[in-house]
Design a protein around this ligand. Structure first.
Ligand SMILES: Cc1cc2nc3c(=O)[nH]c(=O)nc-3n(C[C@H](O)[C@H](O)[C@H](O)COP(=O)(O)OP(=O)(O)OC[C@H]3O[C@@H](n4cnc5c(N)ncnc54)[C@H](O)[C@@H]3O)c2cc1C
Ligand SMILES: NC(=O)c1ccc[n+]([C@@H]2O[C@H](COP(=O)([O-])OP(=O)(O)OC[C@H]3O[C@@H](n4cnc5c(N)ncnc54)[C@H](O)[C@@H]3O)[C@@H](O)[C@H]2O)c1
Length: 474
């Protein structure tokens, strides 16, 4: 039966961006319809952040057992039941799923339509048997794995992030095409769970990050036995009796790499197909839906957030943008998206976190005044945990303002949280020096870098003379 809904707001996509938009609008009493074609929770819950972090957590436990002798505890090589690890991953998704469920959102006052949404004109969407005419729309349709045009790939069985977490048998030798965050996280997780792993990367591993920080992560992966091939472009794939063979092109010519299973992790493509964007006058290209700094599309009734909007692809960015678009939609307030304070973390062990500008970005922009570095090895907590590898790097701009920070090391993501506040609130090196950091914590590393920045003042003759003079007054 056909029905027509006329809500104030229609949200397309029930992932990180769409759920945040719908829940926040409903909290203000707005009449909201949310349309989801697949699983509520989207990529992050079902095929992305959550299963990948759960798999990494399992790998971390295996590594802890292997490395326990340095603490005086001998346990030996861990016995890994790969299928049971996958049950753990599924269990974590199931534990979080109720937060994102149709039932919960209906309780919040959102009308959920479980169907594929497509615009039929500038202010109307068709979703299954439902027609939705809304005052405003937010498209949060996400992205899908990009599958490259590599000869032989279409005829070869391969995994993407949408299928790898369902694999219950342990791969003997997993080959990963792509050394971005997905490739590198999956490489370490699988290696620690007992697979041989080779990662083939055409350019540089974790190429968007600071090479000095990336080196910390790569050193650990290499030490654990992950084969990392940089500057290795995969140009052909084939399967035969002996298994899988990939042909790579490197600076020294072509060679082949054998393996048993293949994971393709070469980036994402925005889910713009099937949305009827032309019918609604919404421009898009290969990067995603075209939006301005106000996240508005070329149709003034329609906003786009998250992966489909062509910006940085992170759950927290989708949620941040979702919060922003409610300003004009609910309150008619202007909005301008800020990107100078966005954080990101790659959840390897050690982790790699970055917020704001990297050193190279600040230098290219002409805003770099100083770089402060403090090593993990100088931190007492890192000593206690026997995790000395890594560093904090603080990028300082004009007037001592901290415009970026990068952290590579154990729990770098948590330190990045602190640095994220510092960068978002436009704090200075003095602010980071002056707060009290509980001892012994890893986050003290940032404070130590800031304190060290002022050390030259202790050497200045006039400062020393002033100290001596003041001492005379008793
Ligand atoms: C393996 C992996 C690990 C990741 N790890 C992290 C991490 O640790 N931290 C982090 O911040 N980010 C991580 N990400 C990125 C993160 O998952 C995405 O940036 C985030 O999910 C984007 O949210 P979104 O709302 O834009 O899209 P999604 O979460 O993908 O949601 C889009 C939803 O829209 C639905 N949809 C699409 N088209 C239609 C339509 N026409 N009609 C109705 N519904 C539709 C889809 O079914 C989907 O449910 C990871 C990604 C991957 C692949
Ligand atoms: N911890 C996190 O926050 C996290 C984790 C995973 C994914 N993500 C998000 O998902 C996005 C997608 O991740 P991704 O790793 O798929 O993409 P990516 O674009 O970051 O990396 C893909 C890599 O594949 C390489 N590549 C492409 N074609 C190749 C070929 N033929 N041979 C060899 N290498 C090739 C590219 O050079 C690139 O380095 C990320 O940008 C990130 O925003 C975030």
């Amino acid at each position: 039966m056909r029905r027509t809904l006329t809500p104030d707001l229609c949200v397309i996509g029930g992932g990180s961006g769409g759920l945040t938009t719908a829940a926040a609008a409903a909290a203000f009493g707005v009449d909201v319809v949310l349309v989801e074609a697949g699983k509520m929770g989207g990529d992050c819950l079902n095929d992305g952040c959550v299963p990948s972090k759960a798999l990494l957590a399992a790998g971390k436990h295996a590594a802890a057992i292997r490395e326990s002798a340095q603490f005086g505890i001998t346990a030996g090589e861990p016995q890994i039941d790969f299928a049971a690890v996958k049950d753990h991953v599924a269990g974590v998704i199931a534990a979080i799923a109720p937060n994102d469920s149709v039932e919960r959102f209906e309780k919040l006052g959102v009308t959920v339509v479980e169907a594929h949404a497509s615009f039929i004109d500038a202010d109307t969407v068709a979703a299954g048997g439902t027609i939705i005419k809304a005052r405003r729309f937010v498209i949060a349709a996400g992205s899908s794995p990009r599958v490259p045009q590599i000869p032989g790939l279409a005829e070869t069985p391969f995994f993407t992030n949408e299928t790898i977490f369902d694999l219950r048998g342990r791969p003997d030798h997993l080959i990963i095409i792509g050394g971005g965050p997905i490739g590198i996280e999956m490489a370490q997780a699988h290696r620690r769970l007992g697979c041989a792993v080779t990662v083939l990367e055409a350019g540089a591993f974790l190429g968007r990050d600071d090479p000095q920080l990336v080196a910390v992560v790569l050193a650990k992966l290499r030490a654990e036995g992950v084969a990392l091939r940089e500057g290795a472009k995969v140009v052909a794939v084939s399967t035969g009796q002996a298994g899988l063979t990939l042909t790579i092109e490197t600076a020294s010519g072509r060679e082949t790499v054998p393996g048993s299973h293949l994971l393709v992790a070469v980036g994402r493509r925005p889910n713009v197909g099937g949305l009827g964007l032309d019918a609604a006058g919404i421009d898009f290209d290969a990067a995603g839906i075209t939006v301005g700094a106000d996240l508005r599309t070329t149709n003034r009734r329609v906003y786009a957030v998250g992966d489909v909007a062509g910006g940085p692809q992170f759950t927290h960015v989708a949620s941040y943008q979702a919060g922003l678009v409610l300003r004009p939609i609910l309150f008619r307030l202007p909005l301008k998206e800020r990107r100078d304070h966005l954080p990101r973390v790659t959840f390897t062990d050690p982790e790699l976190g970055q917020v704001g500008a990297t050193e190279a970005e600040a230098r290219a922009a002409g805003t770099l005044k100083d770089v402060l570095i403090w090593p993990y090895a100088e931190n007492d907590r890192a000593q206690a945990e026997r995790r000395l590898e890594g560093l904090v790097k603080i990028v300082v701009g004009r007037k001592g303002r901290i415009i970026g920070a990068g952290v590579a090391g154990v729990s770098a993501g948590e330190i990045t949280n602190l640095m994220s506040l510092v960068v978002a609130k436009r704090m200075t090196v003095a602010d980071l020096r002056d707060f009290i950091s509980p001892y012994p914590t890893l986050s003290e590393i940032g404070k130590r870098a800031a304190t060290d920045y002022y050390r030259p003042y202790t050497q200045k003759p006039w400062v020393r003379a002033a100290v001596r003079l003041l001492a005379r007054f008793g």
